[in-house]
Design a protein around this ligand. Structure first.
Ligand code: FAD
Length: 427
């Protein structure tokens, strides 16, 4: 099968085989059950924010694009106590201990908003002054008054039927406007996976976006709405979900993608390796979290399951090496600032997605990736020594960042597992 990849993961030291073995045998079973825990299951998100870039004209009309509301009885007490009108939407009280950095963050976000609107070159001085310790790569959903809790288990990422102009405009803007991307010999930007001549940082940026795109499209092929043709020629919805091999081939085979499909799948391995390294790096911080939901037994089980997962993550032999990135004085700092600003723009583009279910998972995975980048490039933090002191004074993750990080690695892990399953059947 074209989907059986080989060799090294690009820009990493590990091999595809090592990732397959580690993920399918060790990580996938653990992370897929971990994200069912209450702490990770409820994600706070604003799906009603206006698209800041263009008039949000086309909406997905299919019922599979809808997001089902939370069931009140399922919500952990810590969220239920602060119901915010109606029985489906809940917001954490601003007085809760976990939100005590709200004020700082709001001030910081308004700073970011002003820098975003101006050109990055003009604002470089302001960027220099910006304190890395409070760095965000994304818009933060839990500082947003309109955000509501969504039960992710009621809304699995799968085929929704969202496609056409609206979906293309999103991917197009991400690649053509916001991604560092390859140029052809005439200096014009092209949309290709051939990254020759691009520096490591720009290759990384392109690969994480393309890897995420591959993961989303792989999930929709693995969880496709299987239709059957009825006798009068009408396609009817059978309500059965499963693998669609034709769709998978259309999206990833070299013949159907100008040879690019397998490279997109390789980028999936890259973004997985990058997020795995972020987990390893932040393990001392994540191990001291309480994962509090107010359900004591559940919380104890969550802590144990997180620690077990992190223990396994640390056994992965060849982690991605982020220390090679952003080296070299002022130009490296400028590149890092560009990297952040491009990534934040992508997070804002998610408000333009015209299908709520796709928007939910798009936002979550972009926030997860943004959190991984925040961890990887937090040069000022010595995670081990702060953990030994028993207190992190220079680094903090909000609840939504932790939820997004674990859920996004769970999505990538599931994609790699599903790819293996496609490979086994299509051999
Ligand atoms: P698209 O996937 O729209 O891709 C457009 C073009 O990009 C392709 O023609 C190709 O040239 C290039 N390309 C494709 N893959 C890659 C890659 N990995 N790397 C680099 N370039 C690539 N649909 C669902 O059914 N369920 C979902 O949950 C879902 N979530 C989405 C989330 C977001 C944020 C977005 C923007 C879209 C989502 N979609 C979802 C829609 C889905 O991703 C496709 O856009 C849609 O199925 C149409 O597919 P397409 O074949 O036209 O190509």
């Amino acid at each position: 099968c074209f989907c059986k990849l080989q060799g090294k993961v690009d820009d990493c030291n590990c091999t595809i085989d090592a990732v397959d073995y580690f993920n399918n045998k060790k990580a996938y079973p653990r992370i897929s059950s971990l994200v069912l825990k209450d702490y990770f299951r409820f994600y706070k998100v604003n799906l009603k924010a206006k698209c800041p870039f263009w008039t949000d004209d086309s909406r997905c009309a299919m019922r599979y694009c809808n997001v089902k509301p939370c069931r009140q009885s399922d919500l952990p007490p810590v969220y239920k106590g602060f119901a915010n009108g109606g029985d489906v939407s809940y917001t954490l009280s601003k007085n809760l201990a976990s939100d005590d950095c709200e004020q700082d963050t709001n001030a910081e976000l308004s700073f970011l908003n002003t820098t975003l609107s101006a050109s990055i070159m003009e604002d470089f001085a302001a960027w220099k002054a910006y304190d890395d310790a409070q760095d965000y790569y994304c818009q933060l959903p839990d500082v947003d008054d309109e955000a509501e809790y969504v039960d992710l288990t009621l809304n699995p990422e799968r085929f929704t039927g969202y496609k056409g102009k609206s979906a293309h405009r999103i991917w197009n803007s991400i690649y053509m406007e916001n991604c560092f991307r390859p140029k052809n010999s005439y200096g014009a930007y092209i949309r290709s996976s051939k990254l020759n001549g691009m520096c490591l940082e720009k290759r990384v940026f392109y690969r994480v976006v393309s890897g995420l795109h591959a993961s989303i499209n792989l999930h929709l092929c693995a969880n496709y709405l299987l239709s059957e043709r009825e006798s009068y020629g009408i396609i009817s919805d059978t309500g059965r979900w499963g693998k669609n091999f034709k769709e998978f081939e259309r999206r990833f085979s070299p013949a159907m993608t100008d040879g690019e499909g397998p490279q997109w799948l390789r980028n999936l391995y890259f973004v997985y390796s990058l997020e795995l390294r972020a987990l390893e790096k932040a393990a001392p911080y994540l191990e001291q979290e309480k994962y509090y939901t107010g359900r004591e037994k559940e919380d104890n089980e969550t802590v144990a399951a997180v620690n077990d997962f992190l223990r396994v993550v640390k056994t992965f032999p060849e982690h991605f090496n982020e220390s090679a990135m952003f080296q070299g004085g002022d130009s490296a700092k400028k590149l890092k600032a560009d990297f952040k600003s491009h990534f934040r723009n992508i997070s804002r583009i998610m408000d333009c997605v015209g299908c709520d279910k796709c928007k939910l998972w798009g936002k979550l995975q972009i926030q997860g990736l943004g959190t991984a980048l925040k961890i990887l490039f937090a040069d000022h933090v010595d995670f081990e020594s702060e953990a030994q002191k028993g207190q992190f004074s220079t680094f903090r993750l909000r609840r939504s960042e932790i939820v997004a990080l674990f859920n996004s690695i769970a999505r990538l892990s599931s994609s790699i597992y599903e790819l293996d399953q496609f490979g086994l059947t299509m051999r």
